[in-house]
Design a protein around this ligand. Structure first.
Ligand SMILES: Nc1ncnc2c1ncn2[C@@H]1O[C@H](COP(=O)(O)OP(=O)(O)OP(=O)(O)O)[C@@H](O)[C@H]1O
Ligand SMILES: [Mg+2]
Length: 288
């Protein structure tokens, strides 16, 4: 599905004393299979943009088109397209309704009209991807889960519908480092197998470096940068203006370069930076 965002503006509570403009003049095009990260300081409009793409809000100005149809429209065409966009909310408790974990995950696939066997298979598959144990979770009441478990559950409920577009709003908040790593790896594997469009909103530059090939930087509701992840996430002045630091591997490489090492500085992951340093080290015979 092609997502086209054109001149998009959004104001909460317009024409009231509480009016608050969250987005202004945003243009973006996202193609099927792209992995796009959305980065921006608190309040820059990231979650608002996600909800507009999912058709949950109506633009104040401009358009969000899903394969050419307005995302929020009340037509059958628009509804079919919205079903293709799965969104895991920043606050997962907002999307949890059922009384047990398996029923919660089954809710979406059941609504798609799948038969019992297929629904059961989807539930088992989705719980596995997010790393929740189906036996342990069989009788758990969703709203008694921990923050990290609830986040995983909400994601499982979305994955079980197998949407071709997946929007993750702060997917690793409340997850411990190992759990975070596992979840990202599983989502990436699923993405690669299915040509899924992945839109990831995060404050965590390492998450974005792992998940996104393209990064859109939002500042005060406007696009401040949109380009390859390697370029955006290694641009120190750009990031500092938006109150972010470059990822630690980039900071290390930039420091080495300042002291005379001919290393490339746009290696975003620790393992890529290590390879870069090892290569330069061996090509100079350890002499700088
Ligand atoms: N329901 C609402 N009513 C009024 N203003 C809102 C509402 N939701 C968000 N806003 C305002 O819109 C702006 C953008 O909010 P949004 O939640 O999109 O930011 P964000 O980039 O997702 O922030 P965070 O990183 O904190 O999640 C902020 O100024 C916020 O205060
Ligand atoms: Mg948000």
């Amino acid at each position: 599905m092609l997502i086209s965002v054109e001149g998009l503006g959004y104001t909460y509570a317009p024409s009231t004393p509480l009016a608050r403009t969250a987005l202004r003049g945003v243009d973006l095009e996202i193609r099927q299979g792209e992995r796009v990260g959305i980065l921006g300081p608190t309040g820059s409009g990231k979650s608002t943009l996600a909800q507009l793409i999912a058709g949950l809000l109506r633009p104040t100005s401009g358009h969000v088109l899903l394969d050419g149809v307005a995302a929020h429209a009340r037509t059958a065409d628009a509804r079919l397209r919205r079903l293709k966009v799965g969104m895991a909310f920043q606050y997962p408790e907002h999307q949890i309704f059922e009384q047990t974990v398996p029923r919660e995950v089954a809710f979406g696939p059941r609504n798609l009209g799948l038969n019992d066997a297929e629904v059961e298979a989807r539930v088992a598959w989705a719980l596995d991807i997010v790393g929740l144990d189906p036996v342990e979770m069989a009788d758990r009441v969703p709203l008694t889960l921990s923050g990290g478990e609830m986040r995983r559950l909400a994601l499982a409920g979305i994955l079980a519908m197998r949407p071709p577009v997946l929007i993750l709003d702060e997917p690793t908040a409340n997850l411990d480092p190992r759990g975070r790593q596992e979840l990202l790896t599983r989502v990436l594997t699923w993405q690669a197998e299915t040509e899924l469009t992945l839109i990831v909103i995060s404050h965590n530059l390492d998450d974005l470096a792992r998940l996104a090939e393209r990064v859109v930087l939002l500042v005060a509701g406007q696009v401040a940068a949109d380009g390859p992840a390697r370029e955006v996430l290694s641009d120190r002045p750009l990031l500092e203006d938006a109150s972010f630091d470059v990822p630690p591997p980039v900071a290390l490489l930039q420091a080495l370069r300042q002291s005379g090492w001919a290393v490339a500085t746009n290696r975003l992951l620790a393992e890529e930076a290590a390879t870069e340093i090892a290569q330069v080290w061996s090509s100079t015979g350890g002499m700088v």
